[in-house]
Design a protein around this ligand. Structure first.
Ligand SMILES: Nc1ncnc2c1ncn2[C@@H]1O[C@H](COP(=O)(O)OP(=O)(O)OP(=O)(O)O)[C@@H](O)[C@H]1O
Ligand SMILES: [Mg+2]
Length: 266
């Protein structure tokens, strides 16, 4: 196993200004230390996986990156500029889209409405500005294009209610939503946790397509084969700290699990 120092910039980090960078983030909940000085860099066109045992601080870390939590200490930089997100909408406005661990789609709404949830388009002119009429056909057209662009082949009809979709298709809608609006960064917390083999494959393909389009992705997953399949680099979180940042080339899955559980140092 090769050594990877846990400096602010790990040896595995690509060159250039990171799209998103966290420096020494600290987040406590009363006496519980969720994050203990965690740094992370996300570069253009890469998939960065975050792995770690239950309670290691993975969700807390991405919540601090995406405005769901305000860190107690530390810095956040977007394209090298300091940012201070107070709520998820701030991060969204800055181009960071997140699919949180507990999936947020509205089952009763159709696919197109879910894609545009919170960003509904109004009709042009008085109908839209005064009477707040929704531009349903425009949103459906764009939803269709988005679904096609992302290659979600099993999702034929964007007017179908999400509650009628399979788990994988629902997840695909959530990921598609993030992909549609995440102009800078897409963050996915356990996107394949509840999915079957075929459905997981679809979500992994979506992630690869996002990377092809130049959008960097942060992927949290417990699934080592998935992580090793799509990740360019792997951030290992242990007991609220970053234990190491490795690559699928530098370390095996067994090595990664050993670092994750504390059986081995990086
Ligand atoms: N809102 C909160 N209030 C109190 N403690 C919290 C809160 N959120 C997280 N924690 C604690 O912070 C630590 C890190 O939790 P976090 O949810 O980030 O872990 P995780 O790595 O995402 O775990 P999992 O794999 O189970 O999703 C845990 O000890 C957890 O109990
Ligand atoms: Mg979590």
């Amino acid at each position: 196993m090769s050594l990877v120092a846990d400096a602010v910039e790990p040896m595995t980090a690509p060159k250039g200004v990171p799209v998103l960078e966290a420096k020494r983030l600290v987040k406590t909940f009363g006496k519980v230390v969720g994050l203990d000085g965690v740094s992370l860099q996300l570069h253009a066109g890469e998939v960065l996986a975050i792995i770690g045992d239950n309670g290691a601080g993975k969700s807390t870390l991405i919540k601090c990156l995406t405005g769901a939590y305000v860190p107690d200490q530390g810095e956040l930089l977007l394209d090298g500029e300091p940012v201070h997100f107070k709520r998820p909408q701030d991060a969204r406005d800055a181009g960071i889209e997140t699919v949180y661990q507990n999936l947020a789609v509205s089952p009763a709404l159709d696919v197109a409405s879910n894609l545009f949830l919170g960003r509904e388009r109004r009709k042009p002119g008085i109908a839209g500005t005064v009477f707040r009429a929704l531009d349903t056909s425009g949103m459906r057209k764009e939803a269709r294009e988005q679904v096609q662009r992302l290659g979600i082949s099993t999702l034929q009809d964007v007017t179908v209610a999400v509650e009628n979709l399979s788990g994988g298709q629902r997840q695909a809608v959530a990921v598609a939503r993030a992909a549609a609006f995440g102009s800078k960064v897409v963050v996915l917390d356990e996107p394949t946790a509840a999915l079957g083999v075929r459905e997981s494959k679809q979500v992994l393909e979506l992630i690869e397509r996002l990377r092809e389009q130049g959008v960097p992705v942060i992927l949290i997953s417990h699934n080592m084969p998935h992580v090793f399949q799509v990740a360019d680099r792997i951030h290992i979180q242990r007991l609220g700290k970053r234990a190491a940042t490795i690559t699928p080339q530098s370390h095996s899955m067994t090595d990664a699990v050993a670092i994750m559980t504390g059986a081995a140092d990086a």
